[in-house]
Design a protein around this ligand. Structure first.
Ligand code: ZN
Length: 233
């Protein structure tokens, strides 16, 4: 296998990347042990790491490791819902031919947004995995209401797949003032997103992916989690 990369390695990369995987697995264990939800602050993020390519600040695919662990250990079907601004090319690639892990993603249209090569609506999975991959590319400046409509469509697909566990790749780079992205979701939109996902009624593991308006990142994560947990901001 030729390993390809577009993300630099530095001293400490392996330790940090391995720590992020451990964080994802610990967050997953908390839910398997009976909590309704958990949140893993994974750093570095993971959804751009494929089987043979790491890029977009990602090295190991935290969400994919957790999803594969649950599916292969317990035979439980898992959905990875990816709401990061960027399409999770890594997670899609890893599960593209499988029917035990569904991948559903809302993201900036790859005709203009990283990773450019994947994330198109006609990528539906292959072989046994056909139908277990759903991409919903979004236009520039998508605001809360149309974003919620897209998320509602994603939730319909998740209900149809009927997983036993949900893993959310939570990117907050859909935020209206994110410096590297071009959607227009507000903090209230994040709360509404968490609330909509809560209505799926699934055990839910939330793992941190991107988010580059660092001054608002913490409160945006809080808003999303408050929606998920039905608690007040
Ligand atoms: Zn991103």
């Amino acid at each position: 296998m030729v390993l390809r990369t577009t993300t630099p390695l530095t001293e400490g990369t392996y330790t940090a990347a391995r720590g992020a995987v451990d964080t994802a697995l610990t967050a997953t264990k908390i839910v398997l042990d009976g909590e309704a939800n958990s949140y893993g602050l994974c750093r570095p993020p993971g959804h751009h790491a494929t089987t043979d390519l790491y890029g977009g600040y990602c090295f190991f695919n935290n969400a994919a490791v957790a999803a594969h662990y649950v599916s292969s250990t317990f035979g439980t079907k898992v959905t990875v819902l990816d709401v990061d601004y960027h399409h999770g090319n890594g997670t899609q690639e890893i599960f593209y031919g499988r029917d035990d892990v569904q991948y559903v993603s809302l993201h900036g249209d790859p005709t203009r947004a990283y990773p450019y090569i994947t994330g198109y609506a006609d990528e539906e999975g292959t072989g046994r995995g056909r139908g277990a991959n759903l991409n919903i590319p979004l236009p520039k400046r998508t605001e809360d209401d149309p974003y919620m409509s897209a998320l509602d469509r994603a939730c319909e697909a998740i209900r149809a797949f009927s997983p036993g566990l949900l893993i959310v790749s939570l990117g907050l780079d859909t935020f209206v003032t994110d410096p590297i992205s071009d959607l227009a979701v507000t903090q209230d939109g994040f709360r509404r997103s968490g609330d909509l996902v809560r209505q799926l009624g699934l055990p839910t593991v939330v793992l941190q992916e991107g988010g580059y308006d660092v001054n608002a990142l913490g409160t945006n994560v809080q808003a999303w989690l408050h929606g998920l947990a039905a608690t007040k901001n």
